[in-house]
Design a protein around this ligand. Structure first.
Ligand SMILES: [Zn+2]
Length: 479
């Protein structure tokens, strides 16, 4: 028992270390002392649970049947593409329609005899136990036997009075705790011994051993061909395994076999290295900070609209795009930096609109030109140069230049960072462009193409095929 305790400690330390190096969200309402912290962040790393756009998890909200189907479906990596279902109350546009349909096909969850699914109905603790039992192939057939199974496995603890509370609705925090422990036995209540009844062998040249059951989880080790592993349980196409040296984690089943008499399974195609590149888009201001205002519009709104359009261009690429805000909410400047660092941003693009006294006009793009705080001066300047060039040709405004600016989000940053001032909100012709969805899209496209130019010319990355997304071609080399 002591040995296992030590092992799980090592496992936790490893997880903590690695978890900080991937871009999982942090939630404002799941702080360091929250009882469900480890489990929520474990699930969040694998995109199994998500928070709201404004960064909250809402741990005390009740879990609906639709949400439960989605979380279980993501755990098993079912195809969540939205589709028509047989239920009259689950339309194709329901966020969970794909997961509901797949989970029903797999007999994990079912609808009601009147042809409804009741997607908004809350899930009880007993129903949750049965869902987990079916999803992870335990044996329970009733909510009470499923509840017993979860307690026996160290996935759930009873209520203070010793009962499981089967009939009570379950909160998001508790659902996350149970789901995370079902997936990752390293999170279970101590004192339950896990058995590893099945032996298999690594049947590919190098197999990634991960801290969770999908490629979104960090690699904790690489196993070579013919390594024997003991298997405890399955999570969809993944298994929880242990090596001879006692390391535990997750392996994909496709690369394991019962013996080594068959052919070696080829490794999967390498993923596009651009998926490692994290682009942080930073629309300035946010309620109650309007930024500049003129002719009835606010800077906060036009830069958010433009930022969301820019995000959509990047979503069509392998790049990992992250937004400092997606709603009308002010983010403090240091929090924007904290966010960018936490998601391991590689590029930071802040979007603003200018104002003066009504007489000034034009487009300008800033970078921070002193290496003291942000060492990426050359990169920032190159990016600013490409973005500025594209913005000028998109909007046709006068060129105020590429400039050094002592601006917080540039100065206190630790990655190539630029701030584009699209135009002057208090200049009527420029205000007309800033307020227009058409011109916002052209600005977004321009920043997108300018960023591709930077990757193409400066970083020498293979982004040529991505120009088609915005109907553009690489610009001339400028830096
Ligand atoms: Zn501004």
């Amino acid at each position: 028992m002591k040995f296992r305790l030590l092992l799980s400690l090592v496992f936790f330390l490893g997880l903590g270390l690695f978890a900080s190096s991937v871009s999982a969200a942090t939630f404002s309402d799941i702080g360091n002392t929250h009882r469900a912290k480890a489990e929520v962040y474990f699930l969040s790393t694998g995109n199994i649970v998500k928070g709201s756009n404004d960064g909250y998890f809402y741990p005390d909200n009740l879990v609906t049947r639709a949400e439960a189907a989605a979380m279980i479906g993501r755990s098993l990596q079912l195809d969540g593409t939205q589709i028509a279902t047989k239920f009259k109350d689950v339309g194709i546009s329901s966020f969970a329609s794909g997961y509901i349909q797949r989970a029903v096909e797999k007999k994990i969850i079912s609808g009601y005899s009147d042809g409804t699914f009741k997607p908004e109905a809350p899930v009880t603790r007993g129903e949750m136990a049965l869902l987990i039992s079916r999803a992870f192939e335990y044996n329970a057939t009733t909510t009470s036997s499923a509840s017993d199974e979860l307690m026996q496995r160290g996935i759930a603890q009873g209520m203070a009075n010793g009962s499981f509370g089967e009939g009570l609705s379950i909160k998001r925090a508790d659902f996350s705790v149970f789901l995370a422990r079902a997936i990752n036995s390293g999170l279970r209540v101590e004192g339950q011994s896990l058995i590893f009844p099945e032996k298999k062998y690594v049947n590919t040249n190098i197999l990634n051993f991960r801290s969770g059951p999908s490629t979104l989880y960090p690699i904790v080790a690489k196993l070579s061909y013919s390594t024997p592993v003991d298997i405890a349980y399955r999570i969809g196409d993944w298994v929880y395994a242990r090596t001879a040296s006692g390391q535990e984690g997750f392996l994909h089943m496709d690369f394991l076999s019962d013996d080594l008499s068959g052919p070696i399974v080829p490794e999967p195609e390498p993923v596009d290295p651009l998926t490692e590149e994290v682009i942080v888009i930073d629309p300035g201001h946010g309620y109650p900070d309007n930024g500049a205002s003129a002719y009835g519009i606010h800077e906060k709104d036009v830069v958010l609209a433009t930022g969301l359009k820019l995000q959509n261009y990047f979503k069509k690429t392998p790049f990992n795009v992250q937004m400092t805000r997606t709603s009308d909410r002010k983010i403090e400047l240091p929090d924007r930096m904290t966010f960018a660092k936490r998601v391991e941003g590689d590029l930071f693009i802040s979007i603003h609109a200018n104002s003066f006294d009504g007489s000034a006009h034009g487009t300008e793009t800033y970078y921070y030109g002193i290496a003291r705080t942000n060492p990426y001066v050359n990169e920032s300047k190159a990016l600013a140069t490409y973005v500025q060039k594209r913005l000028l040709s998109a909007w046709g405004l006068s060129n105020r230049g590429v400039k050094h600016g002592d601006l917080h989000v540039l100065r206190e940053n630790s990655m190539p960072a630029v701030l584009a001032e699209l135009g002057f909100i208090d200049s009527k012709p420029e205000n007309d462009k800033l307020r227009s969805a058409y011109w916002q899209d052209l600005a977004a496209k321009a920043i997108f193409l300018g960023t591709l130019d930077y990757y193409y010319h400066y970083e020498k990355k293979d982004v040529l095929k991505l120009y088609d997304i915005a109907g553009g071609k690489p610009s001339a080399k400028l830096h």
